[in-house]
Design a protein around this ligand. Structure first.
Ligand code: GAL
Length: 380
């Protein structure tokens, strides 16, 4: 090859890769690689979405190609069309300081960001596990920023509602729960154990130090009040807890949802006055059949319904686990279910599965597999 043709080949290759990078996505393809503005698969797992100032922000776990701990932090991407995402960098970085609760090597999962209308701040809640302790710490982390892209400042981590009993527990309920002792129920899954869990065996154990808080989401209602929904009691029971006006603490009002039901990966939305909660069972990174609940009030009662997934592999939720539900801005009824198809051999390469929700005539959500779709279709 002459020097000149070698130069031309180089130029052509440069143009080709630049072209690939600049290529605009016209559709969302659930389960496929999802390249960002640099052509790299979006590294924002267990994520959530925020719409702010005309843009969508997608926050999620920045995961390494190998291993299970957090080495970077929470990544944020921005988009105006939900298909083409620009990597805005690390929103909340791990700390390099030994002993920090968010020290590199901790585990940060399922970050959710909301904007507080009163303070104007962006508030992030996330599931935090302390370095070297596996999943034993079961804490929630709080961080705050003046900008949606960060940097977020870590505020603190805790177990929610220390010293507080659920809003719907009477004095008698509290007395009975306090009388339950874990040593009397060493064998799990027996009818007696189930009854004890429902009555507050683990709840009572954890009241003094606060409830365990693992898989989680945040929901802001129409009146601006925010709620933290998290897997408590060894992942056996969901809690729904009201946050203070600045979204940085708890008011102390909380209820339990499906005690002993083993729900994880909570996702929630409100449509025509009804609240819908879609969750998963507890099988780690392996997919399982989703569950669904509905309520007319966030405080319950929550009625359990069959999984919204229909069709092939519905019993494995299309090999996914939910992470967030959002409404497409400007649509009357365009809701999107965000889920992860986890790849535990390489969490970084876990795929994103976003599906539009369909609704039955009575309002019940349905999730059907589609190979690809465009958010524009939701405007019809
Ligand atoms: C899943 C959970 C994930 C992650 C994983 C660890 O059940 O939803 O967020 O915590 O377990 O095994």
């Amino acid at each position: 090859m002459t020097k000149k043709s070698f130069l031309w080949l180089g130029l052509w290759l440069c143009c080709l890769t630049a072209g690939v990078k600049a290529q605009q996505l016209e559709r969302i393809s659930p389960g496929q690689e999802w390249p960002d503005n640099k052509g790299e698969h979006i590294n924002a797992h267990g994520g959530g979405l925020l719409f702010d100032g005309g843009k969508y922000y997608w926050y999620g776990e920045n995961r390494p190609a190998r291993g299970f701990t957090t080495e970077v932090g929470v990544e944020v991407y921005s988009s105006t069309d939900l298909m083409n995402w620009t990597d805005e960098g690390v929103a909340l970085a791990v700390s390099e300081e030994a002993g920090s609760p968010i020290e590199r090597g901790c585990i940060m999962e399922r970050p959710k960001v909301v904007r507080n209308p009163k303070t104007g701040k962006y508030v992030m809640l996330f599931h935090l596990e302390l370095k070297g302790q596996g999943y034993a710490a079961a804490r929630v982390g709080f961080a705050e920023s003046d900008s949606p892209t960060g940097p977020f400042r870590f505020i603190r981590s805790l177990r929610p509602n220390a010293g507080v009993w659920p809003a719907d527990f009477s004095r008698k309920d509290i007395r009975e729960a306090k009388a339950l002792k874990e040593e009397d129920y060493k064998e799990w899954w027996t009818p007696a154990w189930r009854e004890a869990v429902t009555k507050g065996l683990l709840l009572a154990r954890d009241v003094p130090g606060g409830q365990m808080s693992r898989d989680m989401t945040v929901f802001v209602d129409d009146d601006g009040k925010a709620y933290h929904i998290y897997s408590a009691e060894e992942n056996l029971t969901l809690n729904l807890a009201e946050l203070t006006d600045d979204y940085l603490d708890y008011t102390g009002k909380y209820v339990r949802i499906a005690p002993g039901g083993q729900n994880e990966a909570p996702t929630i939305f409100k449509r025509d006055g009804t609240y819908w909660l879609i969750t998963s069972g507890c099988t780690g990174w392996a997919p399982n059949e989703a569950r669904m609940f509905k309520a007319e009030s966030l405080w319950g009662p929550w009625e359990q319904l069959p999984s919204p997934f229909v069709g092939k592999d519905a019993d494995k939720s299309f090999h996914t686990q939910g992470t967030y539900i959002f409404k497409v801005e400007g649509t009357d009824d365009g809701y999107v279910f965000m889920a992860d198809r986890w790849n535990p051999r390489s969490l970084k390469n876990s795929r994103h599965v976003w599906l539009p929700l369909e609704f039955k005539a009575d309002g019940t959500p349905v999730l059907r597999w589609v190979d690809s779709w465009s958010p524009r279709e939701l405007f019809d």
